[in-house]
Design a protein around this ligand. Structure first.
Ligand code: HCA
Ligand code: CU
Length: 378
């Protein structure tokens, strides 16, 4: 289990740049990287310097900044890409090549043996040029690759003895938690190196799959802010943090500046012009909203009754909706107290019934609720 010894590789500046409405300027990238760094993610992955001249300059600019997080760049398995990446001054290179039959046929056209040869050439070259650089080898579309062929590729790279980390990618978001568990265990039998997992969210399993990957022995998880990336993206940073926090709040409070999460989401949401989804873990506007009387009664006594996550740890606040037909008299009593009204139980119960009846006919604001309460005093 790596649940206490994992590292987050935030890829908002690589996978996230592949999101439809992401167009980050140099200043944007620096602001996002520094903000991620302040949160405390262990790694920041940026777009390949070969993507465009600006990408190259930005990669260098970020490498020159004094970040605590390690800076990684992401390249194809090409010697030319490797040469450019080596010149940028990054701390590590994340190299990837497709291994599924589909990608071999329609993307790069190479056989498994050719993939192994190319990987040996490119990885060998990088290691020769930069003995201290952190090097990762990953396969694209790992979950639709033939398992024996895939393990043959990983095994051959393991034999080279020059990468610190292997990656596996669910490029189309097709895997289930059990399949991820099996795949991590298969890879663990081939290598003792670190294992990184990258999961797309096409079927909504990205957070669960990433957590299972850690349970099965993976060490590094790729995330982006709001999960942005190709199509509907990958494991979201807040989602992974929520999942990990639910199991080990102290560990997460120690490892990251959790108060930064909300700011980071506002920042990226602004930059990509997309609102943070209402149901996003921790940072979505509904994350700490309580409504039904049964819930609010208990939450008012002890919030942990209906909250697995303490909003205060994330500088978020809870809210209790009381102006609706599902409301309860405990919540109404709490509001009366806030207003400084001294009502007995009978009055409170009567007010609650009046509020419910009114809510059946119209949507209520807090002022409407207050009006009913104030009237019941007279
Ligand atoms: C992509 C590549 C990738 C790479 C993941 C990795 C994927 O298709 O854009 O480097 O492990 O999802 O396969 O993001
Ligand atoms: Cu991806």
């Amino acid at each position: 289990m790596s649940l206490t010894q994992f590292a987050i590789i935030d890829s908002t500046l690589r996978e996230g740049e592949q999101f439809a409405s992401a167009h980050f300027s140099t200043a944007d990238k620096i602001e996002i990287a520094e903000s991620l760094d302040f949160l405390g993610v262990e790694y920041i992955e940026v777009t390949s310097p070969c993507a465009s001249p600006q990408s190259r300059q930005d990669c260098q600019a970020l490498a020159n900044r004094d970040l605590s997080a390690k800076l990684l760049t992401h390249i194809r398995c090409h010697l030319d890409d490797a040469k450019v990446a080596l010149d940028t001054g990054v701390d590590g290179i994340n190299l990837v090549i497709g291994t599924s039959a589909m990608l071999r046929q329609f993307s790069h056209g190479k056989s498994i043996d050719q993939i192994i040869d190319m990987a040996a050439t490119v990885l060998g070259y990088i290691r020769e040029q930069a003995p201290a650089l952190e090097l990762r080898f990953s396969t694209e579309d790992s979950f639709r690759s033939d398992r024996q062929e895939l393990l043959k590729v990983y095994g051959a790279v393991e034999q080279l003895g020059i990468v610190q980390r292997f990656g596996m990618a669910d490029t189309v978001g097709i895997s289930t938690p059990l399949q991820v568990m099996e795949m991590v265990r298969d890879l663990r039998r081939v290598t003792q190196a670190d294992i990184e997992f990258h999961c797309h969210n096409d079927t909504g399993c990205a957070i669960a799959n990433s957590y299972v990957a850690l349970e099965a022995g993976a060490t590094h998880i790729d995330t982006t802010i709001m999960g942005i990336g190709e199509r509907n993206g990958i494991t979201s940073l807040a989602g992974l943090i929520a999942r990990l926090y639910a199991s080990d709040p102290d560990g997460l409070r120690d490892k990251y500046r959790l108060h930064q999460l909300i700011y980071l989401h506002q920042l990226v949401s602004r930059k990509v012009g997309v609102a943070v989804p209402f149901d996003h873990c921790i940072v979505g506007e509904s994350a700490f909203r309580h409504k039904a009387g049964i819930h609010t009664k208990a939450v008012l006594k002890n919030p942990a009754t209906y909250e697995a996550i303490n909003p205060q740890d994330f500088a978020c606040s809870r809210s209790i909706a009381i102006g609706h037909r599902l409301t309860g008299w405990h919540a109404i009593a709490h509001r009366a107290q806030e207003l400084g009204l001294n009502l007995d139980e009978a009055q409170l119960r009567a007010s609650t019934q009046a509020i419910k009846a009114l809510a059946d006919t119209q949507e209520l604001t807090l002022e409407d609720v207050d009006r009913v309460l104030l009237q019941s005093v007279h």
